[in-house]
Structures are given as structure tokens and as C-alpha cells.
Design a protein. Structure first.
Length: 82
């Protein structure tokens, strides 16, 4: 019986000690976390932008080059319309 009470008391002490709130963050720690999250998001956005640029470049450069070649091969005076 004594062992059971001692074990129960030990479990209660261990459980109650585990519910402590973490200490509040200092301004420097808050800023460091914000900077870290911001840096990650900026890097992700830049990677998406580079990927989109490569995709669009393949399409748009070809269209632009075709347009330039067509304008060069057209007879004089027919390349532009106002």
C-alpha cells in the first residue's frame, strides 16, 4: 500500500512539473524569429519567380524573335502600321 501511494505521489509530482509555461521571448529573440521566417519566405518567392521566368522566357522570346524576323523579312514600308 505504501509503495502504491509513493508511486502515485511521484507520478503526480512529475506530471505537475511538466506544465510550466515557456519563458516569454525577448525582443531580440522575436526579431530573430521574424527575420528567419521572412528570409525563408523571400527565398521561396525568389525560387518561384526564377522558375516562372525560365518558363515564360522560353515562350516569350520565341514569339518576340519570330516577330522581329517577320518584320525584317517584310518589304520596306510594310513592317509597321500606325
Amino acid at each position: 500500500m505504501n509503495k502504491l501511494i509513493a508511486a502515485l505521489w511521484a507520478v503526480i509530482l512529475l506530471v505537475s512539473c511538466g506544465k510550466q509555461a515557456p519563458p516569454p521571448l525577448t525582443e531580440q529573440e522575436k526579431q530573430r524569429r521574424i527575420d528567419s521566417m521572412t528570409r525563408e519566405r523571400i527565398e521561396e518567392a525568389e525560387a518561384r519567380a526564377r522558375k516562372e521566368l525560365e518558363y515564360r522566357r522560353k515562350i516569350e522570346v520565341k514569339v518576340k524573335a519570330d516577330s522581329i524576323l517577320k518584320a525584317r523579312s517584310a518589304p520596306a514600308g510594310q513592317g509597321k502600321t500606325n
